[in-house]
Design a protein around this ligand. Structure first.
Ligand SMILES: [Zn+2]
Length: 265
């Protein structure tokens, strides 16, 4: 399949200390104390019954395509979900979204638009400082299929540049606006070794759908029951989604799903 995955367990609290004791060969107490302090801080940020991030899935920087709405699945176990957020960063919602994720010790992937990154570079960096994975969602979120190939490629180039200006490296993953894939952009992504990120589960968290929290949670639970897990698409830039996020995470927790954090090498 040409793709390589690395599964890393997430180290948290007590297990980290146990690993250090078991090793018995630590050369520096300073190092031990730093690790303990980091673990204590991480634990302090989480509620005792937090959802948590069960593991990290690190993907190679390459052209690949995931998400069963359009492509094959990510290498996930049944019951594992990957949380993805589109269309930000939005100054009105990002603070609350990051706080909610932090309170549950959950890491996600944010597909941000180049236009929003150019307007709010500090918010893009805040997402990364919080430990989440940044990815690209076009520059201006245009309807690509109605545009000439040259215009499509200009939007992609603009988006890649905005992303690189903010983070200092090129995006490893791209999600098409409206999931509308086009041959011109696919060819470009292939050339630049950028992974296409489609989805497995959508909760239709945009108008004119019912955006009340209970409706969003209901759709999430229904779809997850159908797929058994996978890549979940939410829109952090939408107020109702940001407001419903505690309830959405609670539903994931209560139904026994485990959160996997996607990263790229
Ligand atoms: Zn979008």
């Amino acid at each position: 399949m040409g793709r390589r995955t690395v599964h890393q367990p997430v180290q948290r609290g007590r297990p980290a200390r146990q690993r250090i004791r078991a090793g018995g060969e630590m050369k520096s107490w300073c190092f031990v104390m730093l690790l303990c302090a980091a673990a204590a801080n991480a634990a302090a940020d989480c509620a005792p019954d937090a959802l948590g991030t069960s593991r990290v899935l690190t993907l190679k920087r390459e052209y690949a395509a995931y998400g069963t709405v359009q492509h094959g699945p990510l290498p996930l176990e049944k019951g594992e979900v990957v949380l993805t957020f589109d269309d930000g960063p939005n100054p009105e919602t990002i603070g609350g979204v990051l706080r909610t994720l932090a309170s549950q010790c959950v890491k996600a992937t944010f597909f941000m638009t180049g236009a929003n990154l150019a307007r709010h570079p500090e918010l893009g960096r805040l997402v990364v400082q919080a430990g989440h994975t940044p990815a690209l969602h076009s520059f201006a979120h245009p309807p690509l299929k109605s545009m000439a190939a040259s215009e499509q490629l200009a939007d992609l180039a603009h988006g890649m540049q905005s992303f690189t200006d903010v983070f200092g490296y090129a995006p490893a993953a791209y999600r098409f606006p409206f999931l509308e894939e086009t041959p011109a952009i696919l060819a470009q992504l292939k050339e630049h070794k950028v992974t296409v990120a489609s989805i497995d589960v959508g909760i239709e968290d945009y108008s004119p759908n019912d955006m009340r929290s209970a409706a969003l949670v209901g759709r999430l639970v229904d779809r997850l029951r159908q797929t058994g897990g996978g890549i979940v698409l939410m829109h952090d830039a939408n107020g109702p989604t940001a407001e419903a996020l505690p309830a959405l995470l609670k539903a994931i927790h209560d139904n026994g799903y485990k959160v996997v954090h996607l990263r790229w090498e």
